[in-house]
Design a protein around this ligand. Structure first.
Ligand code: ADP
Ligand code: ASP
Ligand code: MG
Length: 404
């Protein structure tokens, strides 16, 4: 078997944990498997690198940030190879350049385009454990890029797809995917299985346990994924195409995204093309918007509100002000003290009343809803930050997800 095993920052945070991971990988190797290991930077090292950069320049370029970030993952892979060597097993570390992980050219949020597998294959054929840097890639200018925060998961899934691996295991600091972030909702339960679609929504809507693009890629290439703990032997959560009804609840999970900000464009012309011009202006600068609501027109104008990630807020506001005349609106305002709370579940499709139940629960908690968005398998509401965790726990309980 060929197994891809990915370990996150906490799992390689210090010497003991590095040796713990090394031993786990060696066990699979000694059972006759080919083993490819993908690692993140140790502990919170990526955050430390950001802090270091900001001491020097509060607005560092994305290219130089990506250059800096590569240190983190390179440190963990080389130390891991040394640990395996110390344990008497042949291992080699490779970075994105050495493998060649080709990505799009945009720094800080690049997408993997193609992975050359020849070097990895050669090292595996030579009976080595191959340890690859997560998170990083190379663009057409031969510059380092990164895949976005949490992107090592995507490196692992992409490698599993490219190598036609038999298994892709994501090891982290919790026992698997839970019905909600166990750090925020103490009664959250571990799921044995979840569908790609549900996991994709949860990950996109704030459940940081998996990078959302890793789930997208796993679905696209049919990579069987398992999320489990690096600190114990418990079974973890399988992410797959179909989950049997028996194993499934109406709602699979609740997610909170505290990174969302609301922008409102007030008094924009109530005429064809206003929304197009507004969102096209933002899209051209790669600013993603999520929940959108538009008011009913009055006296020839209307208001359009939407959410953006906090990182994009400043740029979005500046851009809108720059184009105020062209877009033709009165003013723009924003609110950072908001959070997106979502429930996700494939069971929702065939069950009316799910939204009403969520709204009733929030009403009982006296939580005001600022915006609402729905899809077939999710309902998202924008609430005030101060209410967010309380609302999350209440909704989680109301749908019977809490541990008995
Ligand atoms: P790693 O460094 O291993 O990639 P992350 O911090 O990226 O770890 O992801 C694991 C964290 O995700 C957990 O510690 C947990 O707090 C958080 N998390 C958020 N939502 C969920 C969820 N639904 N299930 C499990 N963990 C979650
Ligand atoms: N080290 C990177 C980060 O902290 C990538 C990852 O952990 O997946 O975002
Ligand atoms: Mg992660």
């Amino acid at each position: 078997m060929l197994i891809v095993k990915k370990f996150g920052g906490t799992s390689v945070a210090d010497k003991e944990r590095i040796f713990n991971v090394a031993k786990r990988c060696i066990r699979d190797y000694q059972n006759g498997n080919d083993v490819v290991v993908v690692l993140s930077a140790m502990g919170k090292y990526t955050d430390e690198l950001i802090a270091k950069a900001k001491e020097i320049n509060p607005n560092p370029s994305k290219r130089e940030m990506d250059m800096l970030f590569t240190i983190g993952e390179q440190m963990s892979v080389s130390l891991m190879a040394m640990a395996m060597d110390a344990l008497g097993v042949r291992a080699i570390s490779l970075n994105a350049f050495q493998v060649t992980m080709h990505t799009t050219s945009n720094y800080s949020n690049a997408r993997l385009k193609k992975i050359d597998t020849e070097r990895i294959r050669r090292e595996l054929d030579d009976r080595k454990i191959v340890i690859v840097t997560g998170f990083q890639g190379i663009n057409k200018y031969n510059d380092y890029t990164t895949l976005g925060r949490g992107g090592s998961d995507t490196t692992a899934v992409a490698l599993a797809a490219a190598l036609h691996a038999d298994a892709c295991e994501i090891y982290t600091d919790v026992d698997g995917v839970y019905t909600a972030d166990p750090r925020l909702v103490p009664t959250a339960r571990k799921l044995n299985a979840i569908t790609y679609d549900e996991m994709l929504d949860l990950a996109t809507l704030g459940a940081g346990v998996l990078h959302n693009r890793s789930v997208e890629m796993a679905k696209k290439y049919g990579v069987p994924l398992v999320v489990r703990s690096s600190l114990n032997e418990s079974e973890g959560t399988v992410v797959k195409e179909v989950v049997k009804k028996m194993e499934r609840m109406l709602i699979s999970g609740v997610a909170l995204d505290r990174d969302a900000d609301r922008i409102s464009v007030i008094g924009i012309k109530d005429a064809p093309g206003s929304a197009f011009k507004l969102f096209n202006t933002l899209a051209k600068k790669n600013i993603n918007v999520d929940i959108i609501i538009q008011s009913v027109g009055r006296e020839g104008t209307k208001d359009i509100s939407f959410t953006v990630a906090h990182d994009n807020l400043k740029e979005a506001i500046e851009l809108l002000k720059e184009y105020q005349e062209v877009l033709g609106f009165e003013r723009v305002d924003y609110n950072c003290e908001v959070a997106k709370l979502s429930i996700v579940g494939a069971g929702m499709m065939s069950n009316p009343g799910v939204a009403a139940k969520m709204f009733e629960c929030l009403y009982n908690e006296n939580v005001n809803i600022n915006m609402i968005a729905t899809s077939e398998i999710r309902i998202t509401v924008l609430v005030n930050s101060e209410d967010a965790v309380r609302a999350m726990n209440a909704v989680h309980g109301a749908f019977g997800l809490a541990e008995a």
